[in-house]
Design a binder for this molecule. Structure first.
Ligand SMILES: NC(=O)c1ccc[n+]([C@@H]2O[C@H](COP(=O)([O-])OP(=O)(O)OC[C@H]3O[C@@H](n4cnc5c(N)ncnc54)[C@H](O)[C@@H]3O)[C@@H](O)[C@H]2O)c1
Ligand SMILES: [Zn+2]
Length: 367
C-alpha cells in the first residue's frame, strides 16, 4: 500500500492506494458515527457490502443510498434525494458521507456533503480509474444544470481518499482506457519521467497489472496533490490540469453528451493542444508524436473525427466561449513547452486555432 499526503494544513488528508484498501481509516478512534454510503446501481452491488462491512467493523452506523449510474445523476433532483436520505438516516454534523464509485458519485455525494447542514465530512472511495487519479482528489464537488455541466458546486475537501485498486478489475474496458488519458495528462504537464514509464509499461498498464498500476496511480495522485496544495481554489497553477480540456469539453458539448467519454475527448484535446504547442511554442514535433503514439497504443482517439465526422470549427469555437474557464469569450489554452512542462492561460488568436484544428483533423484522420 502507498500513502500520499495532500498537504492543505487543517484540511489536509491522506490518499491510501493499494489492493483491498478500505475506507474509514480517518475515523479510527472516534466513537460510533453515522455514515451514509452513496453509490451507483452498477458499483453498489459489486462493492457496497464490503464498504458497509468495513465501516460497521469500526463501529459506525451505516445507511446506503443507491443512485442510477451515469452523468444524468449529477442533478438537482438526485441531490434532493440525497438530502432526504441524509435526514432520514439521522445524519448530524459529526456524521460522514462516503462516496463509493466513479466521478459522478464523488461529485454528487461530495456536493451533498459540502452543503448538508452547512457541511459534513466526506470520504472518497473511488472505483473508476478517472476518479482515482483525478476527481477524488482536490475537493471539487458539484452537479450539472440543464444549462451546463458542473455549473453548481463547492470546494469541499474529503477527509480521506481510499483507493482499492482491486475494484478496477470490473471497470469496463472503455472506461478504463478513458481514465488512462488523464494519466497521460500528468506526464505531459508535470513529469517527463512518468511519461517515460507509461511508454515503457504501456502493455502492463493496458493489462491492468497491479504493480504497474500502484506506482502510476500513486504518482498521479502525488502530482494532483502537489498542484492542489499550491492552488486549492484554482486561481492559478491548478489550471494546468485542464491540458487538453478546452477542445475536449467543446467536443463533448458540440457532439452532445453521451457521444464522447470524457477521457476520450480529452485524448483528442491533448493531441490538438500538442499540435498547437508545436505551432506556437517550442514543443518538438517528435514529442507530439510520442504523445499521439501512446494514446493510440491504448486505443484512445486522437482525431476530432473519431466519432463520425469532425464537428465544424464554428460549433466548437462557440462551445469554447461558453466554457466556465473562458474569459470574455476568449478560450484559454494550456500549451506545452516540452514533455513535463506547460504554461497556462494562453490566449490564442481565433485564426490560429481554426488553422490548427483543420490541419490536425486532416493529419490525424490520414494516419
Ligand atoms: N471533481 C473533480 O475534480 C472532477 C475531475 C474530473 C472529472 N470529474 C467528474 O467525474 C465524472 C466522470 O467520472 P467517471 O469517469 O468516473 O464516470 P462515472 O462515475 O459515470 O463512472 C463511469 C461508469 O463506470 C461505472 N463504474 C465505476 N467504477 C466501476 C467499477 N469498479 N466496476 C464497474 N463499473 C464501474 C459507473 O457505474 C459508470 O457507469 C464527470 O461527471 C466529471 O465531471 C470531476
Ligand atoms: Zn478531465
Amino acid at each position: 500500500m502507498k500513502t500520499v499526503r495532500v498537504d492543505l494544513h487543517e484540511r489536509g488528508y491522506d490518499i491510501r492506494i493499494g489492493n483491498g484498501v478500505e475506507p474509514g481509516a480517518s475515523l479510527a478512534g472516534e466513537p460510533s458515527r453515522r455514515a451514509l454510503v452513496v453509490s451507483d446501481a452498477v458499483v453498489d452491488p459489486l462493492y457496497g457490502d464490503r464498504c458497509e462491512r468495513a465501516l460497521r467493523t469500526l463501529g459506525h452506523v451505516v445507511t446506503r443510498v443507491v443512485v442510477p449510474a451515469g452523468e444524468e445523476t449529477k442533478s438537482l433532483d438526485r441531490l434532493g434525494e440525497l438530502y432526504a436520505a441524509a435526514a432520514a438516516a439521522g445524519l448530524d454534523r459529526r456524521s460522514v458521507i462516503v462516496a463509493l464509485g466513479g466521478g459522478v458519485v464523488g461529485d454528487l455525494a461530495g456536493f451533498a456533503a459540502a452543503t448538508y447542514m452547512r457541511g459534513v465530512r466526506f470520504i472518497q472511495a473511488p472505483t473508476s480509474l478517472l476518479a482515482m487519479v483525478d476527481s477524488s482528489v482536490g475537493g471539487k464537488t458539484g452537479i450539472n444544470l440543464p444549462q451546463g455541466k458542473n455549473l453548481v458546486g463547492a470546494f469541499h475537501q474529503p477527509i480521506e481518499v481510499a483507493i482499492d485498486l482491486n475494484t478496477l478489475a470490473t471497470l469496463p474496458e472503455v472506461e478504463y482506457r478513458a481514465g488512462l488519458a488523464e494519466v497521460v495528462k500528468y506526464g505531459v504537464i508535470w513529469d517527463a519521467t512518468l511519461f517515460d514509464r507509461l511508454e515503457a509499461d504501456a502493455d502492463r498498464l493496458a493489462a491492468r497489472d497491479a504493480a504497474a498500476l500502484t506506482a502510476v496511480v500513486a504518482r498521479c495522485c502525488e502530482i494532483k496533490a502537489e498542484v492542489v496544495a499550491m492552488d486549492e481554489r484554482e486561481s492559478g497553477v491548478r489550471a494546468i490540469l485542464n491540458f487538453g480540456h478546452t477542445l475536449g469539453h467543446a467536443l463533448e458539448t458540440a457532439d452532445g453528451y453521451g457521444v464522447w467519454l470524457h477521457g476520450e475527448a480529452v485524448a483528442v484535446g491533448m493531441a490538438y493542444a500538442a499540435e498547437l504547442s508545436v505551432r506556437l511554442r517550442s514543443f518538438p514535433e517528435g514529442t507530439r508524436d510520442r504523445l499521439v503514439d501512446l494514446l493510440r497504443r491504448w486505443g484512445l482517439p486522437v482525431s476530432p473525427a473519431a466519432k463520425g465526422t469532425a464537428p465544424e470549427w464554428a460549433a466548437l469555437r462557440r462551445a469554447m466561449g461558453l466554457d466556465k474557464k473562458s474569459m470574455d469569450g476568449q478560450a484559454r489554452f494550456v500549451l506545452a513547452e516540452k514533455m513535463g512542462s506547460v504554461v497556462f492561460g494562453c490566449a490564442v488568436e481565433d485564426g490560429a486555432l481554426a488553422d490548427a484544428y483543420r490541419e490536425w483533423t486532416r493529419k490525424a484522420s490520414d494516419q
